[in-house]
Write a protein that binds this ligand. Structure first.
Ligand code: CUA
Length: 351
């Protein structure tokens, strides 16, 4: 308890050895983290010092000027210009300093350096996916792989089951972010960066991590019942390792439409649809082809190619009974060939 109190009071000094980590803050793993923390601790210590001065003064006055007898009269004080000016000007100087330092760091964070490497980030209930450009190819790293949702149902799940964002060390990285469904927020505590990820618009966030390492990514905007699982990692790699990794991923990218199984994993379908018959946010796709499905309006539909196509492109059209119409439409996001490949894959998901 005593040491906790000490930590609370001396937060700025404690544990500074651990890469800039303090009682209130995780390690400083980006080039802007130290500036950001400086503003935080400036405000923190200003508050601590003024709190102590004011509470101390209140305590002192309560004791020193208490009524000592029935006839103890209060002296008539007509005010003091020096005091009035003092307690207006001194806080004003501190406020101006807070504003100025905050503005400087904010401007720094708002403008990505011109030589930034660009990565597209897509937020979706409930995963992140990352797209890189390499040699004219788009390299997309899926947020969640096919087996991941099984692990997510398991309380002993491992954070590694979400695909990480890989970036090179010592290189500014600019994330261009977008959501396909609801509001999410991309947050890397170790980098001191956070930005909302909004459907229908792009938001930008940048960072530069000087050293290789691993850092947590959280979604910090409540986005549905699996919001808490929407985590990922940033893996900062030496530039040469990153180049080798990206070239390797790019070599796997096939030109032309993606195979159905790949689309199923990369577009986040696994987040809601199981392929093993277990219940999810959406109906399982095991043995769905050829089946008769009961719809929310009481009618039935035979699951054929046309029904699957409609349900992928405009999921709200015929919703299966017992499920909420929460799937995002894929109209305009998948080519005709990709839709066909996806349907072919669903057909293989037998009984
Ligand atoms: Cu996405 Cu919370």
């Amino acid at each position: 308890m005593n040491s906790l109190l000490l930590h609370l009071l001396l937060g700025a000094r404690a544990a500074e050895a651990a890469e800039g980590a303090t009682f209130w803050m995780p390690p400083q793993a980006s080039t802007t983290a130290a500036d950001s923390d400086f503003v935080f601790y400036f405000i923190y210590w200003t508050c601590v010092v003024f709190f102590a001065i004011m509470m101390g003064a209140i305590g002192y006055f309560v004791l020193a000027y208490r009524q000592k007898s029935e006839n103890d009269k209060v002296p008539l004080i007509k005010g003091s210009h020096a005091l009035e000016i003092g307690w207006s000007l001194i806080p004003a100087v501190f406020m101006a300093a807070m504003f100025w330092m905050g503005l400087e760091v904010w401007i720094d964070l708002a403008v990505p350096p011109a030589d930034s490497m660009e990565v597209r980030v897509t937020g979706q209930k409930w995963s992140w996916s990352y797209s890189y450009k390499h040699d004219g190819k788009i390299v997309k790293v899926a947020g969640v792989d096919a087996d991941c949702m099984k692990k997510i149902a398991d309380p002993t799940r491992d954070i590694e089951c979400n695909a990480p964002l890989r970036v090179p060390a010592g290189q500014p990285v600019k994330l261009v972010m977008n959501s396909v469904d609801v509001l999410h927020s991309f947050y890397v505590p170790d980098f001191r960066v956070k930005k909302d990820v909004v459907p229908g618009r792009y938001t930008v966030l940048w960072f530069e991590a000087p050293e290789p390492g691993e850092h947590n990514v959280f979604c910090t905007e409540y986005c549905g019942d699996k919001h808490g699982y929407m985590y990922s990692k940033v893996i900062v790699m030496p530039q040469a390792d990153f180049d080798a990794w990206l070239a390797g991923e790019a070599s796997k990218v096939v030109d032309g439409p993606r195979p159905g199984k790949q689309i199923f994993a990369q577009e986040g379908c696994t987040g809601c649809h199981s392929i093993d018959g277990s219940a999810g946010v959406g109906p399982t796709l095991k043995g769905v082809y050829g089946k008769s499905e009961k719809l929310a309006d009481g009618s039935s539909v035979q699951v054929d190619d046309n029904y699957l196509r409609e349900s992928i492109l405009v999921p709200g059209a015929k919703v299966v009974a017992g499920f909420a119409p929460t799937m995002p439409p894929f109209q305009g996001r998948l080519s005709d060939e990709e839709v066909s490949n996806l349907i072919d894959y669903i057909k293989t998901l037998g009984e």
